[in-house]
Write a protein that binds this ligand. Structure first.
Ligand code: DGT
Ligand code: CA
Ligand code: CA
Ligand code: ZN
Length: 574
């Protein structure tokens, strides 16, 4: 839906106004519009087409015009004007955790900072720490955030890149003469962030296909255009661009090209060494014995000829896959029988219990755990004990009423800064599933994050540790923690660890997944959905799990309901 892009554009307007130091009350009204659009349940383009935008709360004539303008042209003139008046590097600073528009404005005005390099300079010279409202601690956080922003700056989260790549691949597939299209590169490997998108298409005459590709309406800039390769950028959130390469490949080389451009580079280097060891040559055109092509029409043919086990793209990282004797059966979306972490309108979700249940049913799920926020999560409208009791009754009633799926009671219980849980045991005991998560004091709680997670796992009612590191891709670094110790405690207490599939999180990440599996820890793959459509994000969690070599047996929510109940009962009986 276009709602999210529109919401991004309006909050960008508010940000830029605030950095410019003007706007006043308009800043808040644009932020309200952004929040409204983000949570609006139906496609706003429909209201725009019907001419009924101004019937919506908080949307006046001016805003409605901007919405229509954005839908028609993909731009908002006001946003372009605001951006053109600011030094281009300045809005970039908003990507630094701990720096909001007010602070960026202050730094710009007082110290003439216009971008990352300037900011580094005033941090090192000590000037920033002298500014009112900054101080040493906050400058230290900004300095750390700056390193983080630089490292994550050029890459896009998989969840952003994937739908864009899919749409472009589908559009290429429609072009005349195209036999086949595949997504390759890091995206095919399910990497959490993507540098650029690599598309391959099979086609006899590449020129017209490449030309059509560079003329797709979503293309922002054309970087290269030839007979066998086109390279473009498309606009993504904020003012960032994502680079997309399309390569045209003949049928007899398609497998070789797919293998080569899927990577990883490390995997390819090893594979090529193996070919050289047999006095053969491997490249993106095929496997060759002298001038003769001996494999390469399919990817499998290359692995087979080389005597190497074909492995799924997700584990092609030269991290043990060459030692395998057979292709591993990694977990797939079809293995998932339910989601164990979702929210509803009872706390900060946008869909009701019934809507979530229907969406889960539509996915063919056997069960769904409703896990709304606990009392301390005030900004997430966490449930007080009284409200929680009512909510539990509501979930049970919905479970009776709705046929074809089992609703499990649950909560996402905050782990407080001292490691205690946010609900007393008698409430937790009423929950079939307790997800325990840290949402507050990610730096500088009374106890370290490691200690807090371990303390939570020692509670017999805690089923799952939610999004263990708390990271948000590109915006918030993970909490510092001793993951081997956390994983050990999960194994000892019989607590599962979640792979949170929401696109910003992917937490646990794949390295942690491997660590957890090695320690015999049970995993779950959950979406943490705040609306019905969110359940589809399970795919991103699946890919992360696969990159960590997870099979269905490692994942609790691949089990039938009875087996799930047996597993959760074990810890409680201890
Ligand atoms: P990215 O785009 O940074 O997220 O990561 P990739 O893996 O998609 O890397 P990219 O787009 O630079 O190249 C796509 C694939 O092409 C890469 O995974 C492996 C292959 N490739 C690229 N450069 C080389 C190279 O120098 N040697 C070998 N053997 N393969 C390469
Ligand atoms: Ca790539
Ligand atoms: Ca590339
Ligand atoms: Zn949650």
């Amino acid at each position: 839906m276009i709602n999210q892009s529109l919401a991004d554009a309006f909050s960008r307007i508010a940000d830029l106004m605030e950095i410019s130091g003007d706007g006043g009350f308009r800043v808040n009204s644009y932020r309200r519009v952004a929040r409204f659009l983000e949570s609006h349940p139906t496609n706003i383009a429909v209201a725009a087409a019907d001419g009924t935008l101004t019937d919506l709360p908080g949307i006046g004539k001016g805003t409605a015009d901007k919405i229509v303008e954005f839908i028609a042209t993909g731009r908002i003139k006001l946003l372009d004007e605001l951006a053109s008046k600011l030094p281009p590097g300045l809005p970039e600073l908003l990507r630094i955790p701990g720096l909001g528009p007010k602070k960026v404005a202050a730094i710009h005005q007082a110290l003439s900072v216009t971008g990352m390099d300037d900011l580094k300079r005033v941090i090192e010279s000590g000037e920033l720490a002298q500014l009112p409202g900054f101080g040493e601690q906050s400058v230290k956080r900004i300095a750390e955030g700056l390193v983080f922003a630089e490292q994550s700056g050029e890459r896009s989260p998989m969840g952003i890149a994937w739908p864009i790549a899919r749409a472009l691949a589908d559009a290429v597939a429609e072009l005349k003469g195209v036999q086949r299209v595949e997504v390759a590169g890091s995206l095919r490997r399910g990497a959490e962030t993507i540098g650029d998108v690599d598309l391959l298409c099979e086609c006899a005459d590449g020129g017209p296909v490449v030309t059509a590709f560079t003329e797709f309406p979503t293309v922002k800039r054309v970087l290269a255009r030839g007979d066998t390769k086109g390279s473009v950028t498309v606009g993504i959130e904020r003012e960032k661009e994502l680079k997309v390469d399309l390569r045209v490949v003949p049928a007899e080389s398609f497998g070789a090209a797919l293998q080569y451009f899927t990577g990883s580079k490390e995997h390819n280097v090893r594979l090529r060494e193996i070919a050289i060891g047999k006095k053969w040559r491997l490249n993106e055109w095929g496997l060759f014995d002298g001038e003769k092509q001996i494999a390469g029409k399919t990817e499998e043919s290359i692995y087979k000829k080389l005597g190497v086990v074909w492995v799924p793209p997700e584990i092609r990282e030269h991290a043990g896959e060459f030692d395998l004797h057979e292709t591993p059966t990694l977990v797939t979306t079809d293995d998932i029988r339910g989601d164990l972490h979702v929210h509803t309108t009872a706390s900060d979700g946008k869909s009701t219990i019934d809507e979530m249940a229907e969406a889960a049913k539509a996915r063919g799920y056997e069960y769904l755990a409703i896990t709304d926020h606990s009392q301390s999560s005030r900004i997430a409208n966490g449930l007080t004990i009284e409200r929680m009791k009512q909510h539990l009754a509501d979930v049970r009633a919905a479970d009776k009423r709705i046929k074809g799926i089992t609703l499990l009671t649950g909560c996402e219980c905050d782990i407080l800064t001292d490691g205690k849980l946010d609900y007393p045991d008698d409430i937790l005991a009423e929950c079939d599933i307790v997800v325990a998560s840290i949402h507050s004091a990610m730096t500088g709680g009374q106890r370290t994050p490691t200690e807090r997670l371990i303390a939570a796992m020692e509670n017999r009612y805690v089923t799952i540790i939610g999004h263990a590191t708390g990271r948000l891709l590109g915006t918030r670094p993970p909490m510092e923690m001793d993951m081997p110790r956390v994983v050990q405690a999960a194994a000892e207490t019989g607590t599962a660890m979640e792979i949170n599939a929401s696109w910003q999180r992917l937490d646990l990440k794949s390295d942690h997944v491997r660590l957890a599996i090695a320690a015999d820890v049970m995993l779950t793959i959950d979406t943490d959905s705040h609306r019905a459509e969110g359940l589809a994000q399970i795919d991103l969690g699946i890919r992360t799990a696969r990159r960590g070599w997870a099979t269905a047996s490692h994942v609790l929510n691949t089990r039938p309901l009875d087996a799930l109940r047996q597993w959760t009962a074990k810890k409680r009986q201890k």
